[in-house]
Design a protein around this ligand. Structure first.
Ligand SMILES: [Zn+2]
Length: 178
């Protein structure tokens, strides 16, 4: 994985030169997401394009257009056998240093405020932004697309309550609130 995704990154510098990032990384790089997966063998294909908005004061705010596709190995919540869940998400984010820049943000861009813990570095953790978007795009109960694809269900085995909704805590894993 490149340093750009893994480390704290200055979005304004990337936007100033119109940086485009294309990377393919293992899903195991996403620490929160990995905890929800049956294995970490899948890959995520990432495309990020940075630009500046015209509005927003002080020469605009950095914008991020992103597209991520991934194949996530999960457990089917109908038959509890492994299934590969294809996930595709597109996002359009305005990367704000403070709330005063909010006024200049136009749809389809969604404002995201940099977190306090990153304040000293003026940086964005791109990998975590991408992970948030992937978590948001996951269904609460992933299943085989068709019931006929499911492994035969053994009715004699009682399924424990907490195994029915392993993703119930999904929202708690998200870094920022939308
Ligand atoms: Zn199934």
């Amino acid at each position: 994985m490149s340093r750009l995704l893994g480390q704290s990154t200055d979005a304004a510098r990337l936007a100033a030169v119109g940086t485009v990032v294309e990377e393919n990384i293992g899903v195991g790089e996403f620490s929160r997401l990995a905890g929800l997966l049956e294995s970490t063998e899948g890959h995520a294909s990432i495309r990020l394009a940075f630009s500046f908005s015209a509005a927003g004061g002080k020469g605009g705010v950095p914008l991020l257009d992103g597209e991520v596709t991934a194949e996530l190995p999960v457990l089917c919540q109908r038959c509890l056998s492994p299934v590969t869940l294809p996930v595709m998400t597109e996002f359009h984010l305005a990367l704000l240093d403070d709330e005063s820049q909010n006024a200049g943000v136009q749809p389809p861009y969604e404002p995201v405020l940099r977190e306090d813990e990153d304040a000293g570095s003026r940086g964005w953790r791109l990998l975590e932004l991408i992970e948030d978007e992937l978590l948001l795009s996951m269904p609460m109960s992933p299943m085989h697309e068709l019931a006929i694809q499911c492994a035969e269900i053994d009715d004699s085995v009682a399924v424990e309550e907490d195994k029915q909704a392993p993703f119930a805590g999904l929202k708690d894993l998200l870094d920022h609130q939308k």
